[in-house]
Ligand binder design. Structure first.
Ligand code: NAD
Length: 280
């Protein structure tokens, strides 16, 4: 397996490239995750709200890959407008482990900060307890802004291992990446391919791709890897699942990187997903 590991702040290694399963229905997840594991992926990113932890768990169990070679991430969905406390969090975590049929996950994330609710400190305290129990090897957050990260310090000295955020050449989040780096938090990119939409059709991307005889998706994934992000591209198409992993046999040069970096301040730059400041 040629995927490099990134060392998280708790000392564990996370594969720099993994497989994301958002929008994969539970009854397709077993086949899709199975295809990814067969292709050589060892890291899988799911979430309670994706509704496919069962199918994902079946694929993990049937893969024959030893548990210690897998890196499984799931996320807490502190569902609709309600203040979450310790009991709700522990129940949700147990439920995820049950569905995945695992006795631990490698990474457990708070899915959204929901700053309007004021329950993040109680949730983070409980995450610390889950980490101490060994049932999550690492704990972290997703969609946290600098202010949300700062608040966690009021609950505990534990620094999130990972902040999983929307990140791709059209939404490069330079400031947030710098804050993550300063705090020792690994940046993980969600929707790394810009959800396969406009980003993959841009002439700047096509020209870098043509220069390397690679696909648009492959050069965008190289941009992430060479920028130091963890990436979790999603596809249910076997050929694309394999293509997205086949990104370790070439390298972008400084000029290619600069061409892709420039997209972030160009006319097409935009966020695709919800804004964490208001998402509830
Ligand atoms: P993505 O950027 O990975 O794009 C996926 C889409 O791109 C596919 O559905 C397909 O249409 C296209 N695609 C994939 N491979 C391709 C290829 N080789 N060539 C051409 N087109 C290709 O989008 P995503 O699924 O939103 O993000 C990846 C993962 O990130 C998710 O599956 C999920 O695990 C995670 N995620 C997390 C959050 C969060 O809030 N934490 C939000 C969104 C996504």
């Amino acid at each position: 397996n040629q995927v490099p590991g990134i060392k998280l702040n708790n000392g564990t290694l996370m594969p720099q490239l993994g497989y994301g399963v958002w929008q994969v229905p539970d009854d397709e997840a077993e086949r899709a995750v199975g295809t990814a594991l067969e292709a050589g992926y060892r890291s899988v990113d799911t979430a309670a709200i994706y509704g496919n932890e069962k199918g994902t768990g079946k694929a993990l169990a049937n893969s024959g890959v030893p548990r210690e070679e897998l890196f499984v991430t799931t996320k807490l969905w502190n569902g609709p407008s309600q203040r979450w406390g310790r009991d709700e969090v522990l129940r949700a975590f147990d439920d995820s482990l049950d569905k995945l049929a695992l006795d631990y996950v490698d990474l457990y994330l708070i899915h959204w900060p929901r700053p309007m609710r004021d329950d993040v400190l109680a949730i983070w305290k409980t995450f610390e307890e889950i980490a101490a129990s060994g049932r999550a090897k690492a704990v972290g957050v997703s969609n946290f802004r600098p202010a949300d990260l700062e608040r966690l310090g009021e609950a505990s000295a534990l620094v999130p291992a990972v902040n999983q955020i929307e990140l791709h050449p059209l939404f490069p989040q330079s400031e947030l990446r710098a804050v993550n780096a300063r705090l020792g938090i690994t940046t993980e990119a969600w929707s790394p391919l810009g959800q396969g939409k406009e980003l993959l059709t841009l002439p700047a991307v096509a020209s870098v791709a043509a220069r390397h005889g690679r696909s648009a998706a492959q050069v965008v994934l190289r941009w992430h890897l060479q920028s130091g992000h963890v990436v979790i591209p999603k596809s249910v198409t076997p050929a694309r699942i394999r293509e997205n992993l086949d990104v370790f046999g070439f390298e972008l040069d400084a000029e290619d990187m600069a061409a892709l970096d420039a997209l972030g301040s160009g006319p097409s730059a935009h966020r695709i997903g919800p804004d964490p400041a208001v998402f509830d």
